[in-house]
Ligand binder design. Structure first.
Ligand SMILES: [Zn+2]
Length: 304
């Protein structure tokens, strides 16, 4: 099987060209995957916007309505860092729908990959750091509410701590949160995940892979999640403007192989989310493409 890919043409909502968020990356990522032979038409699935009842399993009504109506305070808007234009609002609801769809398809097929998602700094009543809604948290709550899974794990390897996801699921025994991140990086004030792996500035491939590889297999054996939501942020790359770690592209690819292999060899389905990454579009999109390459390989290796 070739893994299902979840994408919507509205993901790359127009932003002012001077804006520092690389919003074109979603569209360019699909184009790259097509060129690389990693995305055929029959693999593609298009999500619907998340209905309000899903969103409200995590987010308060005041917050999401104020966001959609452009009524957040100036401080709240600044903290998010993205303008609430109509296309941006639409893509925000679609991306949450996309992660829920990715999680459902992962349960059905063993592996599914979202060409968006991983907005892990979004708290129930406020956004932060380009994150408006917490797509992984919504997907986890939807699947639990529908009885599709009893236990799941968020494996967050974006270079920034999955702070909001950790806070949302603190005291929720059915969702285990694991975050490996650069200790000195944003957010300054960390939350407590079920397991945090804080990493030193400048960490390179070998030490990074050893650190994650030492922890993850045992964790999966202990927790036995019925689904893993994997934030495959590429900002641990040494070329990333915000990352502060020093992984190579090969290192990122091996990281993704490690995570997918550890899950799939235990029969645990995985939904991958692209997470963060900050650089010129061409190298950035190539980095985001790595998890899709790892997914195609691992699907084949594990006979999905
Ligand atoms: Zn990040």
């Amino acid at each position: 099987m070739r893994p299902p890919l979840i994408y919507h043409p509205a993901y790359s909502a127009p932003l002012p060209s001077s804006h520092r968020f690389p919003m074109a990356k979603f569209r360019l990522l699909l184009a790259l995957l097509r060129r690389q032979g990693l995305a055929s038409e029959e693999q593609l699935h298009q999500p619907l916007p998340a209905p309000r009842r899903w969103l409200e399993l995590v987010h308060g009504r005041r917050y999401h309505q104020a966001f959609a109506r452009g009524q957040l305070s100036a401080a709240e808007k600044r903290r998010i860092g993205l303008p609430a234009t109509a296309p941006l609002v639409r893509r925000t609801w679609l991306a949450v729908g996309g992660t829920v769809l990715t999680a459902r398809l992962a349960l059905r097929h063993g592996l599914a990959c979202h060409l968006a998602g991983g907005t892990h700094h979004a708290f129930p009543d406020h956004g932060s750091g380009f994150c408006i809604f917490n797509d992984a948290a919504v997907a986890a709550r939807v699947l639990l509410a529908e009885g599709l899974v009893r236990r799941l794990m968020v494996v967050d390897l974006d270079v920034h701590q999955g702070d909001a996801t950790a806070a949302i699921f603190a005291g929720e025994p059915r969702v285990f949160t694991f975050s490996a991140h650069c200790a000195s990086n944003f957010p300054l004030r960390k939350q407590r995940s079920d397991l945090d792996l804080p990493l030193a500035d400048g960490l390179e491939d070998h030490a990074y892979l050893a650190a994650v590889g030492d922890v993850l297999p045992d964790l999966l054996d202990q927790q036995r999640p019925e689904l893993v939501l994997y934030n495959a942020g590429v900002d641990p790359h040494r070329g990333d403007r915000l990352g502060r770690l020093a992984l190579s592209s090969e290192g990122l690819l091996n990281r993704d192989r490690l995570v997918l292999d550890a899950c799939l060899r235990r029969g645990i389905p995985v939904a991958t989310l692209i997470g963060g990454g900050y650089d010129e579009l061409t190298p950035l999109v190539e980095r985001h493409g790595l998890v899709f390459r790892a997914a195609a390989e691992q699907a084949r290796l594990h006979g999905l």
